[in-house]
Design a protein around this ligand. Structure first.
Ligand SMILES: [Zn+2]
Length: 294
């Protein structure tokens, strides 16, 4: 009801206009990173519809531009005050449909995404993919029974091709593990060996890491290891990035799926849902404060 009312009143567009006015008045610029999962062929028109709405309100950026604009906004907020806020699309788990559908659509909007892959999933035998997917990737009790094409991982050649086309390939742990449940030795394998494998496929450094599962799985010791090996760490917690207060080692991501109806994705893109997770973001900041560089 709240989301429907917000759409009728165009509260999403008002909220975005208010954010830009506040930046022009000296407030901190903001940015948005979106987290997506499956992008099946049959729903590609839904992604196109979201992109058409997003491009009217945001500047679609790749990871390099996201980082560069963040730095610029910190040093000279006025220089970005008249521009639409940057929006970065990210995709978790390394599904084949991200390669066949999402990457191509992003390119048609002249932008690039970040694709977080899981090396053990990439290496999975075709006959074990379904079992792996439902035991490691989508572990919900009521997970939908998806067709084979939607649970297939990208292969190493496709990962290399994405990197060659200007997309970023990031680390999402070696085996899609909950990092709060593993020993320090296993942490090294899940974080560092995973990055080494991905870099071997892409021929490029792995700059970005995306946390698996929920904020309850974030621990300072794992966080510290991730920071030592990656420039950016994306958190499993929604929110708009505040360019002045936030850190590249704790980047909020807002989940928006292709199945969302326009009132739902507009509500999420515009930050109207942010207050729901304010206390979680504060809790994570204070948990990791000794480890987050200023
Ligand atoms: Zn995941």
């Amino acid at each position: 009801m709240l989301i429907k009312t917000a759409a009728v009143l165009r509260a999403d567009e008002l909220a975005l206009a208010l954010q830009r006015w506040l930046v022009r008045c000296g407030g901190s610029p903001s940015m948005l990173a979106v987290e997506m999962h499956e992008t099946p062929e049959r729903d590609q028109h839904l992604f196109r519809r979201q992109l058409e709405w997003a491009v009217r309100h945001f500047t679609l950026v790749d990871l390099a531009a996201f980082a560069q604009l963040w730095q610029q906004a910190r040093l000279d907020p006025k220089s970005v005050a008249s521009a639409k806020p940057p929006l970065l699309f990210t995709f978790d788990d390394g599904r084949m449909s991200n390669y066949t559908v999402a990457a191509r659509l992003l390119e048609s909007f002249d932008t690039r995404g970040v694709f977080f892959v899981v090396p053990q999933f990439v290496k999975c035998d075709p006959e074990h993919v379904r079992q792996y997917y439902y035991s490691r990737i989508d572990t919900r009790q009521q997970a939908p029974n998806l067709p084979d094409e939607e649970i297939c991982p990208m292969n190493p050649e496709q990962i290399a091709d994405l990197a060659g086309r200007g997309h970023s390939v990031g680390n999402h742990t070696y085996s899609h593990v909950n990092l709060a449940t593993v020993s320090e030795n296993e942490l090294h394998h899940e974080i560092v060996d995973s990055a080494i494998q991905i870099a071997a496929w892409t021929g490029q450094p792995v700059d970005a890491f995306a946390w698996t599962f929920s904020w309850a799985s974030i621990t300072p010791v794992a966080w510290r290891m991730i920071q030592q090996h990656h420039r950016f760490c994306f958190a499993p917690c929604p929110g708009t990035v505040n360019c002045r207060l936030d850190s590249p080692s704790l980047i909020w991501r807002t989940e928006v799926e292709l199945s969302y109806l326009p009132p739902d994705y507009r509500f999420m893109f515009s930050g109207l849902a942010d207050p729901l997770w304010r206390s979680t973001r504060e809790r994570l900041r204070s948990l990791l404060r000794p480890h987050v560089p200023t």
